[in-house]
Write a protein that binds this ligand. Structure first.
Ligand SMILES: [Zn+2]
Ligand SMILES: [Zn+2]
Length: 387
């Protein structure tokens, strides 16, 4: 709980933080190019008495306090390669770039935490991690920061994400797997092309591909038991250019999400079997290529319990749960939670009676009311762990 003086300080800070959030929103930057955002955060940290150092090219690390224990808090900073169509007064001025996942809000929350921390009288050390490139357009900033030693000497790490599919005012967190392992795949089908009037002389990759798309639907539904635990989606299917030509090749791409190594192994095994079966049925070659992405994001049980305990005070009893978790999204906080015990949690953002646009939707915008909730949650976690 904050003292009266700390409450006053937070109340003064919040309007300024809204301005900061709108400024970051207006100037979105893609992964590993967050130079303006980095400069803005660096100046803010220096103004509040920190000595930040650069990390993972466009990220920042700042420590405060001394002591036996170190608690790290992480925010992501990058935007998405999307055009801002939403008529906001602080609409993106960068063509083809927009903060449609709310990382502008996450960065602002951690800046607010940075401004409040010196008033807490810490009995340990807090490390603030401003991470670049979470959307993985140019690689993972979370992985890069871990590899550069950002978590050396850290006891626990915490991160959050706004989530408009969950009711505003709620905190959601669970122990164990909370977000999925992500694999992307591409499948190349090579047949024999020719004249559209002479199928008997061809090996049609479109027909083979159509059967492959259908057969892939059985990888999860027939390959796993009632407990399931995986998603396999086809995201693209390209073949041919002319109405009277049977093309020589077709290409499919897609994504696989899973939460357990054994399930992942089974899905990949069935994927390869289905590809081989379609190849022999239609006399084509089918070559799948699977590229592993983020690992499963696994919350430490005790850290998840900490988030529940703090949420009980910040958002109230009955407003924190494990409902609908784990979810099949991917998140590179997974690299951090795999390195030291940690917890990742969601702040609900769905307004009552509205269909609030979800993250990555063209009309998504971070809800500024979550700045206060996020700052209170992070401060609560620090106070709890360094008490
Ligand atoms: Zn995103
Ligand atoms: Zn995000």
């Amino acid at each position: 709980m904050l003292s009266d003086a700390q409450e006053k300080r937070l109340a003064e800070l919040l309007p300024k933080l809204r301005e900061v959030r709108h400024d970051i929103h207006q100037h979105p930057e893609i992964g590993f190019a967050e130079e303006r955002t980095q400069a803005l955060v660096r100046t803010w940290l220096k103004d509040h008495g920190y000595a930040p150092r650069d990390s993972a090219k466009t990220g920042l690390i700042a420590d405060l306090g001394e002591g036996a224990r170190t608690i790290a808090l992480r925010a992501d900073m990058d935007c998405l390669p999307m055009q801002e169509e939403t008529p906001l007064p602080y609409k993106s001025v960068h063509a083809g770039l927009a903060h449609k996942c709310g990382h502008d809000g996450h960065t602002t929350i951690l800046m607010g935490v940075a401004a409040m921390l010196p008033t807490l009288g810490l009995k340990g050390r807090v490390r603030l991690l401003f991470q670049p490139s979470e959307e993985n357009i140019n690689g993972s900033g979370g992985k890069a920061m871990v590899e550069e030693g950002a978590l050396d000497g850290v006891d626990e790490v915490y991160g959050l994400h706004n989530w408009p599919a969950y009711d505003k005012g709620e905190v959601r967190v669970c122990a164990g797997p909370i977000m999925a392992q992500v694999h992307s795949y591409s499948i190349t089908i090579t047949g024999v092309g020719g004249h559209g009037s002479q199928p008997q002389l061809c090996r049609d990759p479109i027909v083979a591909g159509a059967h492959l798309v259908t057969a892939l639907q059985t990888v999860v539904s027939r390959g796993l038991g009632y407990e399931g635990g995986a998603v396999l989606s086809v995201g693209s299917f390209h073949a041919g250019k002319a109405s009277n030509v049977i093309p020589g090749a077709a290409e499919l791409t897609g994504t696989i999400r899973s939460f357990q190594p054994a399930v992942t192994e089974r899905v990949l095994e069935r994927l390869h079997e289905v590809c081989a079966g379609v190849a022999s049925t239609f006399g084509v070659t089918v070559v799948p290529e699977v590229v592993p992405g983020f690992p499963v994001l696994v919350n430490d049980a005790s850290c998840a319990e900490t988030v529940h305990r703090v949420a009980e005070r910040v958002v109230g009893k009955g407003k924190h749960s494990e409902e609908d978790l784990p979810m099949a999204g991917g998140e590179d906080f997974a690299y951090m939670a795999a390195t030291v015990p940690g917890a990742y949690f969601f702040l609900g953002a769905k307004k009552p009676g509205e269909s609030t646009p979800v993250c990555h939707h063209p009309d998504f915008d971070f809800d500024d009311d979550l700045i206060e909730t996020g700052v209170r949650m992070m401060l609560g976690i620090v106070a709890d762990r360094l008490a």
